[in-house]
Design a protein around this ligand. Sequence first.
Ligand code: DP6
Length: 340
Amino acid sequence: MSAVSRATAIAHPNIALAKYWGKRADGHNLPAVPSLSVTLAGMATTTEVAFDPSLDRDELHLGGAALPPDAEATRRVAGLLDRVRAASGRRERARVVSRNDFPTAAGLASSASAFAALALAASAAAGLPTAPVLVSDLARKTSVSAARSAFGGFVELRAGRPGDASLAATPLAPADHWPLAVVIAVTREGPKDVGSSDGMRHTATTSPYFPAWVDAAPSMFEAVRAAVLARDFAALGAAAESSALCMHASSIAASPGLLYWTGATVEVIAAVRRLRAQGTPAFFTIDAGPHVKVFTTPEARGAVEQALLAVPGVLRTISAAPGGGAHLASAASPEGREGP
Ligand code: DP6
């Protein structure tokens, strides 16, 4: 009887400065638009994958609790494991034990770090190569934003093209290229109403503004990319806010309208604009939830935190900064050798 082979990986969430929102219609989980993100230090997902011949189905344990086999998350995890089994020739089912050191239920970006960590741990446990480009493509096939968390620092992902069999993110600049500070204003505890996959599908199929978003996104991506390379904070803020607002405008115009914001979200936007008018460097971005992610400089972080905590409806803030990509914590083959 063969033994259990296991590996543990750590990955971090990323925040998109140029947003991905919408998939190509060919069913291969390819993004319709290019995106560019920053991988964050200060928040992490740790995932252990153990291929175990005694299991008769894949198991997912999240934050200490076992998820039902028919849960959406279990189904997505099993889909990624099926790809790993197909590529490696393994047949065993796996036990996946994952935990976040940030609140999973708060609707903060957790699928990116989750699927990047899973892709790396599962590849290592199955004895597949673990080059970041391969991990990125594997993660992208389940969750597009996860492709970017394979790498650290500033990371780009081009739009899919017809016939793409693989598509991985590419590192644009390391984390120390530009020591930005990130302050996340948490405006609600508890899970978001409509997940990203469902939200973008609903937007693509019902919003008259979705084609306009797909047309406009590449030029916003180029502006974000140029500003990152030039370390031009004002230009980055303008382009990143446009990308986020255009993405949300496309969803708000869906039928029925999909509005991820609460009153507190809008109040934080106003507070960021006030900070800027007073000379404090700050810009915002918003994902598929009511929280606002504010970028600033390390020097201004304290002032930004104070200003955001004073906004009615802001429950707390989380501090983060550009950080590294997914990496293995440990890996052991059945013979007990250390993995890559
Ligand atoms: C708003 O990557 O979660 O955070 O590919 O369906 O898993 P799926 O969607 P996901 O979407 C993230 C959308 C976003 C913007 C972004 O991260 O680029």
